[in-house]
Design a binder for this molecule. Sequence first.
Ligand SMILES: [Zn+2]
Length: 278
Amino acid sequence: MISMDCPTLDATDVFITCISRVRDPVLKARLTAITDDVTTASTDYVDKARNNRLHEVVRQAIIGDVTTAEMEKVYTQRMAGKKSPGRAAYDEIFNSSAKCLLCAQRKVDTLDHHLPKAHYPVLAVTPANLLPACASCNKAKLASIPATADEAALHPYFDCIENERWLHGQVVPGIPAVVKFRVETPGLWTQQLANRVEQYFDSLSLGDLYSAEAAEELSSIRHQLKGIYAGEGIQGVREELLARYESASVARLNGWRAATYQSFAENDWFCDGGFAHE
Ligand SMILES: [Zn+2]
């Protein structure tokens, strides 16, 4: 996960901008009338998100006289729409990260509603509820509705799990070697946070994604490692891998690269020529 600050865009301003070009006067009046509901819900959302209490947010299908389908359209037509009035806000959030905040690997394709708009329509255009995400992660968590604090999905704007190491890899010898990834949470973390990180990793199938990246990485350095092994043997290979691990872990402590290089460096079979099998 990539943690980052919550967008500074004001939820009320974004909503007012999104509905600014509604032509139907009746619809415009109904939407305008729920502005305070959007403001209150958005403030409440941030308060609850800070304390992992988003499971307490009440689902409400009708806000004032506005239906879920109408609020979903405010998002799809008046915020995500290419020439829509809310598009600048959409783009600001979309462009705030080059990589999907959830898998930290694939490019950003869309904005993911952390609490889905189909179930929490009042939050359909609330910036704190919108995450730059790839299509795969967006699809994987489409209908996630947290029932308890233990089940609540990690929130990149409010949960910071990147200061301590929790992603680890292990080399599985073979032709070629593969890396299996696992979550191993620090002992001082609460069981609840540990559960949430496990669920995050499993629900987005990050182990498979990262194993595929590690395989590609190995094929890209195999030639170089062969050269080092020929000249300096197992120790030379290990030193190269440790240097790469150190650099990768400074860039992203829980990135697949750091976990991959550490697993490579720690494995005697791998350093002693195992890397060469393909
Ligand atoms: Zn993703």
